[in-house]
Design a binder for this molecule. Structure first.
Ligand code: NAG
Ligand code: NAG
Ligand code: NAG
Ligand code: NAG
Length: 395
Protein backbone atom coordinates (compact mmCIF):
# COMPACT_ATOMS: atom_id res chain seq x y z
CA UNK A 1 0.00 0.00 0.00
CA UNK A 2 2.76 2.39 1.09
CA UNK A 3 4.83 1.52 -1.99
CA UNK A 4 1.93 2.27 -4.35
CA UNK A 5 1.38 5.68 -2.71
CA UNK A 6 5.03 6.68 -3.14
CA UNK A 7 4.98 5.43 -6.72
CA UNK A 8 1.94 7.57 -7.44
CA UNK A 9 3.62 10.70 -6.05
CA UNK A 10 6.70 10.04 -8.14
CA UNK A 11 4.59 9.46 -11.20
CA UNK A 12 2.75 12.76 -10.77
CA UNK A 13 5.97 14.62 -10.11
CA UNK A 14 7.65 13.03 -13.11
CA UNK A 15 4.84 13.89 -15.47
CA UNK A 16 4.83 17.51 -14.31
CA UNK A 17 8.54 17.78 -15.11
CA UNK A 18 8.04 16.23 -18.52
CA UNK A 19 5.16 18.58 -19.31
CA UNK A 20 7.28 21.54 -18.23
CA UNK A 21 10.07 20.49 -20.58
CA UNK A 22 7.66 20.03 -23.46
CA UNK A 23 6.00 23.40 -22.93
CA UNK A 24 9.40 25.10 -22.66
CA UNK A 25 10.58 23.60 -25.89
CA UNK A 26 7.39 24.54 -27.70
CA UNK A 27 7.30 28.15 -26.59
CA UNK A 28 10.92 29.05 -27.27
CA UNK A 29 11.28 30.28 -30.82
CA UNK A 30 14.09 27.91 -31.62
CA UNK A 31 16.04 29.46 -34.48
CA UNK A 32 15.65 32.97 -33.15
CA UNK A 33 17.12 32.17 -29.77
CA UNK A 34 20.27 30.41 -30.93
CA UNK A 35 22.56 33.13 -32.32
CA UNK A 36 24.58 35.33 -29.99
CA UNK A 37 22.71 38.39 -28.80
CA UNK A 38 23.17 41.45 -30.97
CA UNK A 39 25.58 43.87 -29.29
CA UNK A 40 24.36 47.16 -30.65
CA UNK A 41 27.08 49.18 -28.95
CA UNK A 42 29.67 47.34 -31.04
CA UNK A 43 28.06 48.48 -34.29
CA UNK A 44 29.95 51.43 -35.75
CA UNK A 45 27.30 53.91 -36.83
CA UNK A 46 28.43 56.75 -39.01
CA UNK A 47 25.38 58.77 -38.05
CA UNK A 48 25.65 59.71 -34.38
CA UNK A 49 21.98 60.68 -34.43
CA UNK A 50 20.95 57.10 -34.96
CA UNK A 51 21.08 55.19 -31.74
CA UNK A 52 20.04 51.90 -33.28
CA UNK A 53 20.23 50.58 -36.78
CA UNK A 54 16.87 50.55 -38.55
CA UNK A 55 15.89 47.47 -40.53
CA UNK A 56 13.50 48.07 -43.39
CA UNK A 57 11.78 45.23 -45.20
CA UNK A 58 9.93 45.93 -48.42
CA UNK A 59 7.32 43.20 -48.86
CA UNK A 60 5.61 42.99 -52.21
CA UNK A 61 4.81 40.80 -55.20
CA UNK A 62 6.47 40.65 -58.62
CA UNK A 63 5.83 43.69 -60.87
CA UNK A 64 4.34 46.01 -58.25
CA UNK A 65 6.95 48.72 -58.77
CA UNK A 66 9.29 47.59 -56.02
CA UNK A 67 12.45 48.19 -58.06
CA UNK A 68 11.51 51.85 -58.06
CA UNK A 69 10.63 51.94 -54.36
CA UNK A 70 13.86 50.12 -53.51
CA UNK A 71 15.80 52.66 -55.55
CA UNK A 72 14.22 55.54 -53.64
CA UNK A 73 15.75 54.22 -50.44
CA UNK A 74 18.96 53.02 -52.11
CA UNK A 75 19.73 56.64 -53.06
CA UNK A 76 20.32 57.71 -49.48
CA UNK A 77 23.98 57.71 -48.40
CA UNK A 78 23.17 56.08 -45.07
CA UNK A 79 21.33 53.08 -46.51
CA UNK A 80 22.68 49.61 -47.15
CA UNK A 81 20.35 48.08 -49.75
CA UNK A 82 20.09 44.66 -51.35
CA UNK A 83 17.77 43.87 -54.22
CA UNK A 84 16.12 40.46 -53.69
CA UNK A 85 18.64 38.67 -51.47
CA UNK A 86 16.12 35.83 -51.10
CA UNK A 87 16.59 35.05 -54.78
CA UNK A 88 19.47 32.84 -53.64
CA UNK A 89 17.22 30.76 -51.37
CA UNK A 90 14.73 30.09 -54.11
CA UNK A 91 17.51 29.39 -56.56
CA UNK A 92 19.20 26.78 -54.41
CA UNK A 93 16.22 25.11 -52.79
CA UNK A 94 13.54 25.00 -55.41
CA UNK A 95 14.98 25.68 -58.83
CA UNK A 96 12.11 26.58 -61.08
CA UNK A 97 9.44 25.71 -58.56
CA UNK A 98 7.83 28.09 -56.17
CA UNK A 99 7.50 25.96 -53.07
CA UNK A 100 6.81 28.95 -50.92
CA UNK A 101 5.80 27.26 -47.74
CA UNK A 102 8.90 25.08 -47.75
CA UNK A 103 11.23 28.00 -48.33
CA UNK A 104 9.57 30.32 -45.83
CA UNK A 105 11.68 29.16 -42.89
CA UNK A 106 14.88 29.51 -44.88
CA UNK A 107 13.80 32.95 -46.10
CA UNK A 108 13.10 34.15 -42.59
CA UNK A 109 16.35 32.74 -41.30
CA UNK A 110 18.36 34.44 -44.03
CA UNK A 111 16.62 37.78 -43.45
CA UNK A 112 17.43 37.51 -39.76
CA UNK A 113 21.13 37.08 -40.50
CA UNK A 114 21.22 39.74 -43.20
CA UNK A 115 19.60 42.33 -40.97
CA UNK A 116 22.50 41.73 -38.56
CA UNK A 117 24.82 42.45 -41.52
CA UNK A 118 25.92 38.81 -41.50
CA UNK A 119 26.29 38.59 -45.26
CA UNK A 120 28.22 35.30 -45.12
CA UNK A 121 24.81 33.71 -44.52
CA UNK A 122 24.17 34.13 -48.25
CA UNK A 123 26.95 31.69 -49.05
CA UNK A 124 24.91 28.72 -47.87
CA UNK A 125 22.65 29.31 -50.85
CA UNK A 126 25.33 29.76 -53.51
CA UNK A 127 26.54 27.07 -55.90
CA UNK A 128 29.42 26.68 -56.30
CA UNK A 129 30.13 27.85 -52.75
CA UNK A 130 32.36 30.93 -52.74
CA UNK A 131 35.93 30.84 -51.47
CA UNK A 132 37.43 33.52 -49.23
CA UNK A 133 33.99 35.18 -49.10
CA UNK A 134 34.46 36.46 -52.64
CA UNK A 135 31.19 36.29 -54.57
CA UNK A 136 30.73 36.58 -58.31
CA UNK A 137 27.00 36.02 -58.56
CA UNK A 138 25.37 38.15 -55.87
CA UNK A 139 21.99 38.74 -57.47
CA UNK A 140 21.74 42.17 -59.07
CA UNK A 141 24.32 43.63 -56.69
CA UNK A 142 25.12 46.39 -59.18
CA UNK A 143 21.89 48.06 -58.11
CA UNK A 144 23.14 48.55 -54.58
CA UNK A 145 24.78 51.95 -54.13
CA UNK A 146 26.67 50.80 -51.05
CA UNK A 147 28.31 47.93 -52.98
CA UNK A 148 29.54 50.15 -55.84
CA UNK A 149 31.58 52.55 -53.74
CA UNK A 150 34.47 52.40 -51.27
CA UNK A 151 35.26 50.50 -49.18
CA UNK A 152 33.58 47.67 -51.12
CA UNK A 153 34.56 48.70 -54.63
CA UNK A 154 36.16 51.59 -56.50
CA UNK A 155 33.12 52.31 -58.65
CA UNK A 156 32.50 55.37 -60.78
CA UNK A 157 30.27 58.24 -59.77
CA UNK A 158 27.89 59.17 -62.59
CA UNK A 159 25.81 62.18 -61.65
CA UNK A 160 23.97 61.34 -58.44
CA UNK A 161 24.67 57.64 -58.63
CA UNK A 162 27.56 55.27 -58.18
CA UNK A 163 28.03 52.79 -60.96
CA UNK A 164 29.60 49.37 -60.41
CA UNK A 165 31.58 49.76 -63.64
CA UNK A 166 34.92 48.08 -63.09
CA UNK A 167 33.76 46.25 -59.95
CA UNK A 168 34.49 42.53 -60.02
CA UNK A 169 33.52 40.01 -57.40
CA UNK A 170 32.00 41.24 -54.17
CA UNK A 171 34.13 40.81 -51.06
CA UNK A 172 31.43 39.93 -48.54
CA UNK A 173 33.70 40.86 -45.63
CA UNK A 174 33.90 44.40 -46.95
CA UNK A 175 30.21 44.42 -47.84
CA UNK A 176 29.36 43.46 -44.25
CA UNK A 177 31.56 46.29 -43.01
CA UNK A 178 29.69 48.69 -45.28
CA UNK A 179 26.41 47.35 -43.93
CA UNK A 180 27.50 47.90 -40.34
CA UNK A 181 28.50 51.44 -41.17
CA UNK A 182 25.00 52.47 -42.22
CA UNK A 183 22.10 53.62 -40.11
CA UNK A 184 19.55 51.80 -42.28
CA UNK A 185 19.58 48.33 -43.81
CA UNK A 186 16.95 47.84 -46.48
CA UNK A 187 15.99 44.58 -48.15
CA UNK A 188 13.33 44.18 -50.76
CA UNK A 189 11.63 40.91 -51.52
CA UNK A 190 8.88 39.56 -53.69
CA UNK A 191 9.42 36.11 -52.15
CA UNK A 192 7.63 36.79 -48.91
CA UNK A 193 4.40 38.70 -49.39
CA UNK A 194 2.38 38.18 -46.23
CA UNK A 195 3.39 40.25 -43.22
CA UNK A 196 2.19 37.54 -40.82
CA UNK A 197 4.93 35.30 -42.21
CA UNK A 198 7.61 37.57 -40.76
CA UNK A 199 5.87 38.19 -37.44
CA UNK A 200 8.61 36.38 -35.50
CA UNK A 201 11.20 38.76 -36.99
CA UNK A 202 9.11 41.78 -36.04
CA UNK A 203 8.78 40.51 -32.49
CA UNK A 204 12.48 39.78 -32.06
CA UNK A 205 13.85 42.45 -29.70
CA UNK A 206 17.27 42.26 -31.34
CA UNK A 207 15.84 43.47 -34.62
CA UNK A 208 14.29 46.84 -35.30
CA UNK A 209 12.17 46.21 -38.38
CA UNK A 210 9.75 48.42 -40.23
CA UNK A 211 7.76 46.90 -43.06
CA UNK A 212 6.77 48.79 -46.18
CA UNK A 213 4.14 46.83 -48.04
CA UNK A 214 3.93 47.85 -51.65
CA UNK A 215 0.74 46.97 -53.53
CA UNK A 216 -0.50 47.65 -57.02
CA UNK A 217 -3.74 47.29 -58.95
CA UNK A 218 -3.81 43.56 -59.89
CA UNK A 219 -4.92 44.45 -63.42
CA UNK A 220 -1.72 46.47 -63.77
CA UNK A 221 0.32 43.64 -62.22
CA UNK A 222 -0.94 41.07 -64.72
CA UNK A 223 -0.28 43.35 -67.69
CA UNK A 224 3.22 44.04 -66.48
CA UNK A 225 3.96 40.35 -65.88
CA UNK A 226 2.74 39.44 -69.35
CA UNK A 227 5.08 42.04 -70.83
CA UNK A 228 8.07 41.16 -68.70
CA UNK A 229 7.68 37.37 -68.61
CA UNK A 230 5.67 36.23 -71.66
CA UNK A 231 6.99 32.68 -71.29
CA UNK A 232 5.94 32.35 -67.68
CA UNK A 233 2.54 33.91 -68.46
CA UNK A 234 2.00 32.10 -71.76
CA UNK A 235 -1.81 31.59 -71.67
CA UNK A 236 -2.33 35.17 -70.52
CA UNK A 237 0.02 36.44 -73.19
CA UNK A 238 -1.94 34.60 -75.80
CA UNK A 239 -5.25 35.99 -74.46
CA UNK A 240 -3.89 39.53 -74.49
CA UNK A 241 -2.44 39.34 -77.99
CA UNK A 242 -5.16 37.31 -79.72
CA UNK A 243 -8.19 38.45 -77.75
CA UNK A 244 -9.20 34.76 -77.48
CA UNK A 245 -9.40 33.27 -74.01
CA UNK A 246 -7.42 30.01 -73.86
CA UNK A 247 -9.08 26.97 -72.20
CA UNK A 248 -6.67 27.04 -69.25
CA UNK A 249 -5.11 30.08 -67.60
CA UNK A 250 -2.91 28.03 -65.34
CA UNK A 251 0.50 29.44 -64.42
CA UNK A 252 2.69 28.53 -61.44
CA UNK A 253 1.90 29.92 -58.97
CA UNK A 254 -1.64 30.83 -60.09
CA UNK A 255 -2.19 34.55 -60.52
CA UNK A 256 -4.92 34.48 -57.86
CA UNK A 257 -2.26 33.56 -55.27
CA UNK A 258 -0.86 37.06 -55.65
CA UNK A 259 -4.27 38.62 -55.00
CA UNK A 260 -4.95 36.33 -52.05
CA UNK A 261 -1.59 36.92 -50.43
CA UNK A 262 -1.69 40.70 -50.80
CA UNK A 263 -5.27 40.78 -49.55
CA UNK A 264 -4.49 38.58 -46.59
CA UNK A 265 -1.47 40.63 -45.61
CA UNK A 266 -3.22 43.99 -45.92
CA UNK A 267 -6.28 42.84 -43.99
CA UNK A 268 -4.05 41.58 -41.18
CA UNK A 269 -2.35 44.96 -41.07
CA UNK A 270 -5.58 46.95 -41.22
CA UNK A 271 -6.80 45.05 -38.17
CA UNK A 272 -3.89 46.74 -36.40
CA UNK A 273 -2.43 43.96 -34.29
CA UNK A 274 -0.18 45.05 -31.45
CA UNK A 275 2.92 43.42 -32.98
CA UNK A 276 2.70 45.75 -35.99
CA UNK A 277 2.31 48.94 -34.02
CA UNK A 278 4.66 51.61 -35.41
CA UNK A 279 6.10 49.13 -37.88
CA UNK A 280 3.87 48.98 -40.96
CA UNK A 281 3.19 51.27 -43.86
CA UNK A 282 1.02 50.44 -46.85
CA UNK A 283 2.00 52.10 -50.13
CA UNK A 284 0.04 51.88 -53.37
CA UNK A 285 2.32 52.08 -56.38
CA UNK A 286 -0.21 54.34 -58.10
CA UNK A 287 0.04 56.91 -55.31
CA UNK A 288 3.82 56.78 -55.48
CA UNK A 289 3.67 57.28 -59.24
CA UNK A 290 1.21 60.17 -59.08
CA UNK A 291 2.98 62.07 -56.38
CA UNK A 292 6.52 60.75 -56.13
CA UNK A 293 8.18 63.49 -54.14
CA UNK A 294 5.43 63.75 -51.55
CA UNK A 295 5.19 59.96 -51.13
CA UNK A 296 8.95 59.60 -50.89
CA UNK A 297 8.95 62.14 -48.07
CA UNK A 298 6.27 60.16 -46.24
CA UNK A 299 8.23 56.94 -46.66
CA UNK A 300 11.48 58.54 -45.52
CA UNK A 301 9.67 59.98 -42.55
CA UNK A 302 8.23 56.59 -41.64
CA UNK A 303 11.62 54.86 -41.62
CA UNK A 304 13.41 57.80 -40.02
CA UNK A 305 15.51 59.07 -42.93
CA UNK A 306 15.92 62.70 -43.92
CA UNK A 307 15.43 63.70 -47.55
CA UNK A 308 18.60 65.11 -49.03
CA UNK A 309 18.87 67.40 -52.08
CA UNK A 310 20.53 64.58 -53.97
CA UNK A 311 17.61 62.22 -53.28
CA UNK A 312 15.18 64.92 -54.42
CA UNK A 313 17.13 65.37 -57.63
CA UNK A 314 17.13 61.61 -58.21
CA UNK A 315 13.35 61.44 -57.76
CA UNK A 316 12.68 64.27 -60.22
CA UNK A 317 15.10 62.88 -62.78
CA UNK A 318 13.56 59.41 -62.62
CA UNK A 319 9.90 60.30 -62.65
CA UNK A 320 9.64 62.96 -65.35
CA UNK A 321 7.74 61.35 -68.20
CA UNK A 322 8.18 57.90 -69.62
CA UNK A 323 11.56 56.80 -70.77
CA UNK A 324 11.06 55.90 -74.40
CA UNK A 325 14.49 54.37 -74.87
CA UNK A 326 14.64 50.72 -75.73
CA UNK A 327 15.65 48.92 -72.58
CA UNK A 328 15.89 45.18 -72.30
CA UNK A 329 16.46 44.96 -68.58
CA UNK A 330 13.18 43.77 -67.05
CA UNK A 331 14.32 45.10 -63.67
CA UNK A 332 14.77 48.61 -64.98
CA UNK A 333 13.04 51.17 -62.84
CA UNK A 334 12.16 53.53 -65.63
CA UNK A 335 10.79 51.09 -68.16
CA UNK A 336 7.55 50.27 -66.44
CA UNK A 337 7.59 53.49 -64.67
CA UNK A 338 5.66 55.79 -63.03
CA UNK A 339 4.28 57.71 -66.05
CA UNK A 340 2.85 54.47 -67.43
CA UNK A 341 1.26 53.23 -64.27
CA UNK A 342 -2.28 53.08 -65.73
CA UNK A 343 -1.36 52.17 -69.28
CA UNK A 344 -2.59 48.62 -68.77
CA UNK A 345 -6.09 50.00 -69.33
CA UNK A 346 -5.29 50.65 -73.00
CA UNK A 347 -3.61 47.28 -73.46
CA UNK A 348 -5.75 44.58 -71.83
CA UNK A 349 -8.94 43.21 -73.44
CA UNK A 350 -12.02 44.10 -71.39
CA UNK A 351 -12.86 40.37 -70.89
CA UNK A 352 -9.50 39.77 -69.28
CA UNK A 353 -10.00 42.76 -67.00
CA UNK A 354 -13.41 41.35 -66.01
CA UNK A 355 -11.84 37.99 -65.27
CA UNK A 356 -9.18 39.52 -63.01
CA UNK A 357 -11.79 41.68 -61.28
CA UNK A 358 -13.83 38.58 -60.45
CA UNK A 359 -10.81 36.68 -59.16
CA UNK A 360 -9.39 39.58 -57.16
CA UNK A 361 -12.55 41.31 -55.84
CA UNK A 362 -11.46 41.34 -52.21
CA UNK A 363 -8.09 42.77 -52.98
CA UNK A 364 -9.52 45.49 -55.23
CA UNK A 365 -11.98 46.64 -52.64
CA UNK A 366 -9.65 46.62 -49.61
CA UNK A 367 -7.05 48.66 -51.47
CA UNK A 368 -9.46 51.12 -53.06
CA UNK A 369 -9.28 50.12 -56.73
CA UNK A 370 -12.54 50.63 -58.67
CA UNK A 371 -13.90 47.95 -60.95
CA UNK A 372 -14.99 48.82 -64.49
CA UNK A 373 -18.18 47.54 -66.06
CA UNK A 374 -17.70 48.29 -69.74
CA UNK A 375 -14.93 48.57 -72.30
CA UNK A 376 -15.72 52.29 -72.67
CA UNK A 377 -15.22 52.88 -68.98
CA UNK A 378 -12.00 50.87 -69.08
CA UNK A 379 -10.49 52.93 -71.90
CA UNK A 380 -11.63 56.33 -70.66
CA UNK A 381 -8.51 57.57 -68.97
CA UNK A 382 -10.38 60.62 -67.68
CA UNK A 383 -11.93 58.42 -65.01
CA UNK A 384 -9.44 57.30 -62.42
CA UNK A 385 -9.78 53.78 -61.07
CA UNK A 386 -7.71 54.58 -58.01
CA UNK A 387 -9.93 55.85 -55.22
CA UNK A 388 -8.62 58.66 -53.06
CA UNK A 389 -7.77 56.72 -49.96
CA UNK A 390 -5.11 57.62 -47.46
CA UNK A 391 -3.51 54.74 -45.67
CA UNK A 392 -1.93 56.32 -42.63
CA UNK A 393 1.03 54.44 -41.18
CA UNK A 394 -0.07 52.53 -38.08
CA UNK A 395 1.73 54.48 -35.33
C1 NAG B 1 29.51 45.30 -26.69
O1 NAG B 1 30.59 45.80 -27.48
C2 NAG B 1 31.37 46.78 -26.82
C3 NAG B 1 32.39 47.35 -27.83
O2 NAG B 1 32.97 46.32 -28.57
C4 NAG B 1 32.03 46.15 -25.58
O3 NAG B 1 32.82 47.12 -24.90
C5 NAG B 1 30.94 45.64 -24.66
O4 NAG B 1 31.51 44.97 -23.56
C6 NAG B 1 30.01 44.68 -25.41
N1 NAG B 1 28.87 44.33 -24.56
C7 NAG B 1 28.45 43.10 -24.39
C8 NAG B 1 27.24 42.92 -23.52
O5 NAG B 1 28.98 42.15 -24.94
C1 NAG C 1 22.40 65.17 -36.38
O1 NAG C 1 21.29 66.02 -36.08
C2 NAG C 1 21.61 67.40 -36.09
C3 NAG C 1 20.37 68.16 -35.64
O2 NAG C 1 19.20 67.60 -36.18
C4 NAG C 1 22.07 67.81 -37.50
O3 NAG C 1 22.42 69.19 -37.50
C5 NAG C 1 23.27 66.98 -37.88
O4 NAG C 1 23.67 67.25 -39.20
C6 NAG C 1 22.96 65.49 -37.77
N1 NAG C 1 24.15 64.69 -38.02
C7 NAG C 1 24.20 63.78 -38.99
C8 NAG C 1 25.52 63.08 -39.12
O5 NAG C 1 23.25 63.47 -39.69
C1 NAG D 1 38.25 41.01 -48.32
O1 NAG D 1 38.33 42.09 -47.45
C2 NAG D 1 38.93 41.78 -46.21
C3 NAG D 1 38.79 43.00 -45.30
O2 NAG D 1 39.45 44.10 -45.85
C4 NAG D 1 40.38 41.39 -46.44
O3 NAG D 1 40.99 41.04 -45.21
C5 NAG D 1 40.41 40.20 -47.38
O4 NAG D 1 41.75 39.86 -47.68
C6 NAG D 1 39.64 40.50 -48.65
N1 NAG D 1 39.54 39.27 -49.41
C7 NAG D 1 40.12 39.13 -50.59
C8 NAG D 1 40.01 37.78 -51.22
O5 NAG D 1 40.68 40.04 -51.17
C1 NAG E 1 -11.28 63.39 -71.58
O1 NAG E 1 -11.10 64.75 -71.21
C2 NAG E 1 -10.71 65.60 -72.30
C3 NAG E 1 -10.41 66.99 -71.75
O2 NAG E 1 -11.37 67.35 -70.80
C4 NAG E 1 -11.79 65.60 -73.37
O3 NAG E 1 -11.40 66.41 -74.46
C5 NAG E 1 -12.01 64.15 -73.82
O4 NAG E 1 -13.10 64.11 -74.73
C6 NAG E 1 -12.32 63.25 -72.65
N1 NAG E 1 -12.35 61.85 -73.10
C7 NAG E 1 -13.39 61.08 -72.89
C8 NAG E 1 -13.25 59.68 -73.42
O5 NAG E 1 -14.35 61.39 -72.22
Amino acid sequence: MELTWKFLVMLVFGSVVIQYIIIQSLTSTSFLMCPAPFNSSSAPFTDPNTTRRMHVLILTATRCGSSFLGQLLNQHHNVFYLFEPLHHVQDSLTGENFLRQLTLGANRDLLWSLFQCDLYALERYMRPPPTNHMVANLFNYRISQALCQPPVCEGVKLGEEWSCNGCGQVNLTLAAQACRGKSHVVYKTVRVVVVGDVRSLLEDPRLNIKVIQLVRDPRGIINSRIEAFPGWYKPWYSWKTSGQRPPSLHVTPPFTTTCEELHSSVSTALSRPEWLKGRYMLVRYEDLARNPLQKTKEIYNFVGLTMTPSVERWVSANTKGANKEQNNNVYSTTRDSVANVENWRLKLPFEMVQHVQAECQDMLSIMGYRQVHSAQELKNMNISLVQETTFEPFL
